[in-house]
Ligand binder design. Structure first.
Ligand code: PEP
Ligand code: MG
Length: 327
């Protein structure tokens, strides 16, 4: 089977009826970039920049950050890389940042990610400069984690734009363009799409955090791991409501949580109308094989029907359909 997946490296993820899906990989370390060539993925849909901070004994200075980002961009070549600004704090507390601040009862919903970055904007300014300089002469794709309200995105984007202007004024070669995106992983943001969409270029659903917040169920608690299914009508209907507004606003919508790396889940996402998945590299082969065996029009119709009248066993219904339809 492994060899069969490897053979798919150079064929595109296209459905039987000719619908092209974008398959990207999640990464976080310099060496993860090798996954692009090994899997034949379309790019890096989530580069978790906090990894460099987590493996470092001291705060990585701008030069070190910039070197990593440039190496990643060089290795990716023409393939896009979406850099997510640091998602630290909470359970990913850093010993060299203020310790008392990390002493929280509910770190997952605590002072983390963009919340911390906006409060300690010195950190994000350094990262913004590192990213902008690393991407000189190319397109920079930057995405903010744990956005809960549209104004938080606006502030983060303004911070980047100010850094871009600062570097411009000093005659540094700028990126060709900066594309800005938000992660949708805090359910509250979905109620502000009208405020957010005009300002963003892309939106990426983080199903790991989204599920934990939608169900109020700790993603790290093994007792709950089997209880809430990604194929629950709550998740699928939540996503369904986001798709139309994104399409109308011309905002590129993708999923970068673990959900997209599981074949039945990925089939449901494609059935909903989501055309960009960023997944763990090991899943690219199996997901591509699934996509290539799928009839896009048929799965769209089936999932629409399923969501309108969800059976108790959603997973069973999807699995049955898949085997009856040669997926
Ligand atoms: C997510 O929450 O789904 C996600 C992709 O981000 P992380 O797993 O890094 O929180
Ligand atoms: Mg997350």
């Amino acid at each position: 089977r492994k060899a069969a997946f490897a053979a798919l490296r150079d064929v595109p993820p296209v459905t039987r009826d000719g619908h092209r899906v974008t398959l990207m990989v999640n990464a976080g370390l310099r060496d993860d970039v090798a996954a692009l060539d090994i899997t034949g993925a379309d790019g890096i849909g989530l580069f978790r920049t906090e990894f460099q901070f987590l493996v470092s004994a001291t705060l990585p200075q701008r030069e070190r950050q910039q070197r990593l980002y440039r190496e990643v961009l060089d290795a990716a070549g023409t393939r896009p890389v979406i850099f997510r600004t640091v998602d630290i704090g909470g359970d990913k507390a850093l010993p060299y940042l203020n310790k008392e601040d990390a002493d929280e009862e509910n770190p997952a919903m605590g002072w983390r990610a963009l919340r911390l970055a906006l409060d300690r904007d010195g950190l994000m300014k350094v990262q913004a400069r590192a990213l902008i300089e690393a991407a000189s002469g190319r397109t920079l794709n930057v995405m903010f984690p744990m956005v809960s309200e549209a104004w938080e995105f606006a502030e983060a984007k303004a911070l980047f734009e100010a850094q871009r202007a600062w570097l411009d004024a000093r005659g540094r070669r700028a990126p060709l363009a900066i594309r800005y995106g938000a992660m949708l992983e805090v359910p509250a943001l979905a109620e502000q799409l009208d405020l957010l969409l005009p300002d963003i270029d892309f939106l990426s659903v983080g199903t790991n955090d989204l599920t934990q917040f939608l169900f109020a169920a700790d993603r790290a608690n093994p007792r709950l791991a089997e209880r809430y299914d990604w194929l629950s009508p709550s998740i699928l209907r939540f996503l369904q409501r986001v798709i139309g507004p994104c399409r109308d606003a011309g905002v590129d919508l993708g999923v970068c949580g673990e959900m997209g790396g599981r074949p039945v889940e990925a089939m449901a996402l494609i059935g909903l109308g989501i055309d960009r998945l960023s997944i763990t590299p090991a899943a690219v082969g199996p997901i591509k094989a699934m996509v290539r065996s799928l009839d896009h029009a048929a799965v769209r119709a089936f999932v629409a029907e399923l969501i309108a009248r969800p059976p108790r066993d959603m997973r069973g219904a999807l699995t049955d359909w898949a085997s009856r339809n040669g997926v």
